[in-house]
Design a protein around this ligand. Structure first.
Ligand code: HEM
Length: 211
């Protein structure tokens, strides 16, 4: 990159940006997926996440409902009408890309956000989760693949693992969200009597009902 004229500060900031853009985002997606799976509120169970289809479905569901990058900022390039609202050129916009705990806590359970198709784990190409246009996420496919493989492999080798902490601390920033820790045990004797909170059973039966 230096040969291509980038200065050292530019190379460092690019490296730093890719670390945040490429590493933190995907790690957070994986953490939320593990947590929702082991908490029992995901549309597939831990056993099914050990399959390619199951891991893909749950990763896409989390991207749709609770992505690690739930909002992103934009500046309006020119005057734009959104319904009856005029957004003047230069206005700063916060785009809500996915359900989140800050701007739309209700969206986390609302069927409309994003499309029902994505909640069922169909392709993320159509949603805004990875942005849109010339700045669309360069790592979108890599992130989805990485997360699905990690989930599938982990659910395969740790088939008996179970959640120990049902209320972990969360990273809840405007543009980043994920549980800070996902504490598990791999010893059947410490498995809580019931692994599913009531809400999860309803979510799973809804999913079973729709699929
Ligand atoms: C769960 C994982 C990820 C999520 C949710 C995510 C989300 C996003 C979003 C919302 C944008 C902004 C798009 C826009 O401004 O329209 C973006 C940009 C970007 N992402 Fe990702 N990303 C993820 C993983 C990755 C990975 C793994 C890489 C690279 C290895 C990556 C590299 C980039 C780059 C370079 C941009 C800037 C594109 C530009 O401004 O032209 N991202 N990402």
């Amino acid at each position: 990159m230096a040969e291509h004229g980038l200065s050292t500060p530019e190379i460092c900031s690019l490296g730093y940006f890719l670390l945040i853009a490429g590493q933190e985002t995907t790690t957070q997606l994986i953490s939320t997926t593990f947590f929702r799976l082991l908490e029992g509120s995901a549309p597939v169970c831990w056993k099914d996440a050990a399959s390619e289809a199951g891991s893909k479905t749950v990763v896409r569901n989390v991207l749709a409902t609770e992505s690690s990058v739930p909002t992103w900022r934009r500046v309006a390039a020119h005057d734009t009408n959104l319904g009856d609202t005029l957004i003047p050129a230069g206005a700063e916009i916060l785009l809500v890309l996915s359900g989140n705990h800050i701007t739309s806590p209700d969206a986390l359970s609302s069927p409309s956000m994003p499309s029902e198709a994505m909640r069922r784990g169909q392709s993320t190409d159509h949603g805004l989760v990875f942005g849109s246009g010339i700045h669309r996420c360069l790592g979108a496919k890599l992130a989805e693949l990485e997360a699905a493989i990690v989930v599938q492999e982990t659910a395969t080798v740790l088939a008996e693992v179970h959640l120990q902490e049902y209320q972990p601390d969360w990273i809840r920033l405007l543009s980043f969200q994920a549980p800070r820790t996902v504490t598990v045990a791999n010893n059947p004797s410490t498995r809580p009597r019931t692994s599913r909170p009531p809400s999860a059973s309803k979510a799973a039966s809804n999913y079973a009902h729709h699929s």
